[in-house]
Design a binder for this molecule. Sequence first.
Ligand code: ARG
Length: 404
Amino acid sequence: MQAAENKKDKVVLAYSGGLDTSVAIRWLQENYDLDVVAVSIDVGQPPRDDDAIDRAKKIGAVSAYSIDAREEFVEDYIFPSLKANALYQGVYPLSTAIARPLIAKLLVDVAKKEGAKFIAHGCTAKGNDQVRFDVGIVSLDPSLGIIAPMREWQMTRDDEIEYAKEKQIPIIVKKENPFSTDENLWGRSCECGVLEDPWIEPPEAAYEWTSSASDSPDEPEYVEVEFVNGVPVALNGELMDGVALIMKMNEIAGRNGVGRIDHVEDRLVGLKSREIYECPAAIALIKAHQSLEGLVLTRDVLAFKKSVEQRFAEVAYDGLWFGPLRECLEAFIDQTQEYVSGVVRIKMHKGNAAVVGRRSPYSIYDEGLATYAEGDDFDHNAAKGFIYCWGLPNKTVAKTQKKE
Ligand code: ARG
């Protein structure tokens, strides 16, 4: 009975294993008097060199989870975005943005299981990610409270290290990274430091996943991607699960310098920021997917889908993944993918990924209609009557309104 009375409320913390969230474990205990459940989630970022779970417990977490979410990330977040050819402001494949709702969902799942009343995350007050976490969480469980320690505490990095020393929190203080980065299967983002001056060319040190065009191989490399219903299933004829396929594509496109993006981006919180992204697989696969759609979708569907794609990208960027609009847009997009099956050949060379071939059993490209050579099926006599009707409105305007 005694023990039950002393039971504290629980908070589920998104734990990366880094300095901020390590300090946050103790800070949450001291400032909110909560038991901390640490959750570390694998969305394809490079593994840390130590056991994060073990360390979370040493710092004082009452329990710790390690979740491999890569498959769910690919199936439920990356593939829908690929089917949407989703590029925020026409350039950013949303790598960080689409991982946030998944992490929020997994934190909510753990909170339910643990009977926790709060969720905590390590986002700062100036970024989009806090919005994506907070809105993601309330969309799934409005009863949960949200704590963002880094939005509240006034500690600098040095203060955090000092706090950790004082409280004997085991942290691994690495050499300070000159950039702020985030990584997962769909890409890597890099900001801060010298990148904050949009006039300065990003130093090579800002890039980790891609070779520069000058250091990449002199010979072009060809990759064939097979799609079924808008989703890639094989590379160079070898069937692969989504996680393996994206990892392989990151490797191939990355070594050929494909997927570097230098962008001044409009954040949801109102400010512009200079972002460097490396999204080799995302860029190569989106190009391939777009090209296959060009072969099997009609002109009107392609044109209408463009507007849906842009809206989808904005909804994902803006943290509204778990809202009704994304579901509606996704339903439309899924319907368009019924015949998006076939093979696309990409030529990668010195930073460029060019589609050089595409085929599909559902292709509506008709060589008989297109050819200028022998075997032409196009009804040349039909052209004249069609053009008469098509041009009639303009012709009438010219006669009655634009007389001079
Ligand atoms: N600006 C991007 C976004 O809002 C990426 C932010 C990722 N964070 C980072 N520390 N690089 O989706």
